[in-house]
Design a binder for this molecule. Structure first.
Ligand SMILES: [Fe+2]
Ligand SMILES: [Fe+2]
Length: 316
């Protein structure tokens, strides 16, 4: 396999920032203070609460929905950060992918691995605190996230030699868009102070990861040979559409409602109705965000990438 050298330098500043500011180095254990008031998930971000028949179930039901939404959120963090991001970091480090990063980037990838394992630990710790405080919550069989589904689906559409580079780029896109979005989500009133504190700490690390992965995205893309850019680039539009999808949320909401209503058919009907007419389009803020990162990183200039978006009917 040909070696593709990627030589972006981060310099000492990145390492110094991590040494002095990373959460794992500097922050205490996250306890949830159950004596304080507040919802465990931002109410305006839970579309089930838009429905009159659900609000009619009362305050306890609302609190339960928000608690379960937070547990699902923590589960998503665990699955995204353990599998996809860690696997991409090892690809940066071991060189088996044919992409050869310098020692500076490899050291940075180790800091990300530590951070993400720490985030998973914190998310697990908080889930267990919640489950022991509210034993009636019970556990869920959570659906596969759209991010995982998108990587698995799009990977199949390209030859095996391009898989690793695609996975690295996919994670660069997650770390510069998805993760931030997930975290900024909690900047709203009435959210429990312990949860806000937790989310801010996570953001502290993810802001640094944004910088790291943005550099990797820009440099990796620029140095990929034409056949890689074509093989991966022609599927990027579809990948973006798939990973921003809401299939996983919809399935979770239907399961959650079914627990409250004890009626699977009615639960699915309510969720379908909530999302009637919803489509991933370039006007959605999250999509704009992704497109602007791809543009800044020079990915959108590629004709195969452009053609993919055009084929989807998106004018950029
Ligand atoms: Fe994280
Ligand atoms: Fe991260």
């Amino acid at each position: 396999m040909e070696a593709i050298p990627i030589d972006r330098q981060l310099g000492n500043a990145y390492q110094e920032k991590w040494e002095s500011r990373s959460s794992v180095r500097t922050r205490p254990r996250k306890w949830i203070d159950f004596s304080q008031e507040g919802y465990f998930f931002p109410e305006e971000k839970q579309p089930l609460l838009l429905r009159q028949e659900i609000m009619g179930l009362g305050q306890r039901a609302k609190e339960k929905i928000l608690l379960q939404s937070f547990l699902k959120y923590l589960n998503d963090i665990v699955s995204l950060e353990t599998r996809l991001i860690n696997s991409a970091c090892y690809k940066l480090i071991d060189g088996h992918s044919g992409l050869h990063y310098n020692d500076d980037i490899k050291l940075g990838a180790y800091t990300v691995l530590i951070d993400e394992h720490y985030h998973v630990y914190v998310a697990q710790d908080m889930s267990l605190q919640l489950l022991s405080q509210f034993p009636e919550l019970g556990r869920f069989d959570y659906p596969v996230s759209d991010a995982h589904y998108a990587v698995a689906l799009i990977r199949q559409r390209m030859e095996a030699k391009y898989h690793d580079a695609f996975e690295v780029l996919a994670v660069c896109i997650f770390e510069t868009t998805l993760v931030r979005e997930l975290i900024e989500f909690f900047n709203s009133a009435n959210v429990h102070p312990s949860i806000k504190y937790y989310v801010n700490d996570h953001m502290n690390d993810e802001a640094r990861h944004y910088g790291f992965f943005y550099e990797i995205l820009t440099d990796t893309w620029k140095r990929l040979p034409d056949d890689y850019q074509e093989a991966i680039g022609s599927h990027l539009a579809d990948f973006i559409k798939q990973y921003l999808n809401v299939q996983s949320d919809k399935r979770f909401y239907a399961d959650l409602l079914n627990r409250l209503l004890q009626d699977a058919k009615q639960s699915s009907a309510i969720v379908e109705d909530l999302y009637k007419g919803f489509e991933i389009s370039p006007d959605i803020p999250m999509v704009k965000n992704v497109l602007s990162v791809l543009k800044k990183a020079g990915v959108l200039d590629n004709r195969h990438v452009k053609a993919g978006f055009q084929a989807m009917g998106w004018t950029l």
